[in-house]
Design a protein around this ligand. Structure first.
Ligand code: PLP
Ligand code: COI
Length: 341
């Protein structure tokens, strides 16, 4: 298989149309067999549930070329499981996780020419998503749905790669208690758009959202969870029912403990504690681990001791181990790596 002529090293996190995508439709209470198509366009009725009441959810994962030239994905079963959870919460039909993984594998295989080469710094981003395609005008779930998977080669989510970010504590809320913050609903992202545009206008890379009920506890950003490193090298991450259960974060906590022998803790983290941490990072499929150098709280700067030049030392170890596992340089825990054959 010959790779496409793409300037892999200089890709940003954008959409490039690749050749084939997976499509399946839900009608009369059942999913059809589904299959690959070259048609990247979706034609739906003007009254489709997704257009009227935002009934949609999605996932994000990546395919990597390993050091020895295989194409692999990272824990796709967990994305399938999370999508099931999103569907249930949004009254959408579940697309079973085994079929989800199969659809992901088929789509990556069909676009193997777009999987960036090992060492290029780029990866193939995979976007499974589901939306209500059937018409509804009363506020209720639609009867018909479409599930699709497309891929796009991507570079780093934040310009500048692994240069530490400056983020601000946001006055906007992302997710309500007992709302939809813990699932990957499109509506969570729609409501973060104004906050991120405003943050960028004010010169910040991202928003740190606090819990909506008390504005005292750290939640997450618009597209990543937080990890913090304490001065005595403990890896700490926020516990909250209104943040997305990041697969990257769960993997990092395992790696910290089992590969690096670090102490780990998932607990409520108060805004007041931020100045005590040694390092901070954003973690997610797109963000990988992006270091945070500065957190601005309404004009008050909290400068992490790790500084604005490089990733902190513990964050770097976590980054190297996780990406080492994903790129096949370090042996993965059982079941984490799924090879595309
Ligand atoms: N939090 C939010 C709001 C996200 O959109 C994402 C991205 O998927 C994450 C966290 C990170 O999750 P994961 O590591 O599963 O990609
Ligand atoms: C991801 O990391 O996969 C995300 O979904 C974050 C963002 C691109 C929405």
């Amino acid at each position: 298989m010959e790779k496409k002529q793409i300037d892999w090293e200089n890709l940003d996190f954008g959409y490039i149309r690749t050749e084939r995508r997976f499509v399946t439709n839900y009608k009369d209470g059942a999913w059809d067999a589904g299959g690959l198509t070259e048609d990247a366009n979706v034609v739906i009725n003007e009254c489709a549930g997704v257009l009227q009441y935002s009934q949609s959810c999605f996932e994000g994962l990546k395919a990597y070329t390993t050091e020895d030239g295989r194409i692999v994905t990272f824990r796709p079963d967990l994305n399938g499981q999370r999508m099931e959870d999103s569907c249930r919460r949004l009254e959408m039909p579940v697309y079973p996780r085994e079929k989800f993984v199969d659809a992901v594998m088929q789509t990556v295989k069909a676009n193997a020419a777009y999987v960036p080469p090992y060492g290029s710094g780029a990866t193939l981003y995979i976007r499974p998503f589901m939306f209500a395609s059937g018409p509804v005008i009363g506020v209720k779930p639609a009867d018909e749905y479409q599930f699709r998977v497309f891929t796009t080669p991507v570079g780093p989510y934040f310009k500048g790669g692994v240069k530490p970010l400056t983020i601000r504590i946001s006055d906007f809320d992302r997710a309500a208690p007992n709302g939809t913050g813990h699932i990957k609903a499109g509506l969570n992202y729609a409501m973060s758009l104004h906050a991120i545009v405003d943050a960028h206008k004010q010169g910040f890379d991202e928003n740190m959202y606090l819990d909506a009920a008390s504005h005292t506890k750290v939640e997450e950003t618009g597209g990543a969870n937080f990890i913090f490193i304490t001065k005595d090298q403990k890896v700490v991450t926020p516990r909250s029912g209104s943040i997305l259960p990041s697969i990257t974060r769960r993997s990092l906590m395992y790696v910290a403990k089992e590969y690096l022998g670090l102490e780990t803790e998932e607990r409520e983290i108060y805004k007041e504690e931020l100045a005590d941490f040694a390092e901070c990072g954003l973690c997610g499929t797109a963000a990988v681990i992006s270091p945070v150098g500065k957190i601005v709280d309404h004009g008050t700067e909290i400068c992490l001791p790790s500084g604005m030049a490089d990733m902190g030392p513990v964050t770097k170890k976590l980054y190297d181990t996780l990406t080492g596992i994903q790129m096949g340089r370090i042996e993965a825990p059982e079941g984490w790596i799924q090879e595309i054959r």
